[in-house]
Design a protein around this ligand. Sequence first.
Ligand SMILES: *Cc1c(COP(=O)(O)O)cnc(C)c1O
Length: 268
Amino acid sequence: MIQIIALALRDEGRTLLAPEPTFVMYRLVAEVLGQRFAGVPLKAADFSLDLPAMLAAIRTHSPAVIFLACPNNPTGNLFARHEIEAILKAAPGLVVIDEAYFPFARETWLHDILQHPNLVVLQTLSKMGLAGLRVGVLAGAPAWLDEFNKIRLPYNVNTLSQVSAAFILEHAELLEEQAAQIVRDREELTARLRVLPGLTVWDSRANFVLFRVAHAGAVHESLKQRGVLTKCLDGAHPLLKDCLRVSVGTPDENGAFLGALQATLEGG
Ligand SMILES: *Cc1c(COP(=O)(O)O)cnc(C)c1O
């Protein structure tokens, strides 16, 4: 859907814009399509939007599309509602709110598409453990959908995926309970991480936790040696220096991760 949006609004010299660090596909899709991409740094302390910088970039670039991941990946935070309102007001083009992590944050802009004709909202089954199905939804004004449908390939969601998704969604309460459990485990994982010395741990509204640790590359390698795979984000963006992202697993997996991290920090 990100690709469909970028393709539909492709125009020579127009810019796609997003705060960064964020989901890398926005930049990647723009670059593959030969579109300009402008990344506006988030605030270093808490990865919140730098609203003046966003508004200035909107004036400078007059972007065809602005992508806002809410919660943001890989930082895990939600952007403030009033700041997104300001961006919706200032944007000369489309604003895409990507709610891939909605199951864990339970806050949505879906209802706001009625008031904001330049807003579309994305959701997906991917982060509920069904990434292989390739099923998500895009909601927005019918005029936008008409444009996206012009370039959407026939059966871009195959029949088996459609039938599977329909079946799974009849049992949505199972997925919701699973997500609620992950949220509870995320809070415990965050609290236990904060006890360890020398870490900076950010609050997350998603199903992962971002933290900073000295020598993140070496810590990532040591965790891997101990059978725990994290995402090393050091080098991905200047604001992510020495940052690792860990997905919330089962309580056993979270415990194994914490044990491995503690042993690494103690040099054991
Ligand atoms: C994982 C992720 C997606 C990808 O969703 P798919 O439905 O699997 O394509 C989109 N946006 C963000 C922010 C994500 O983290």
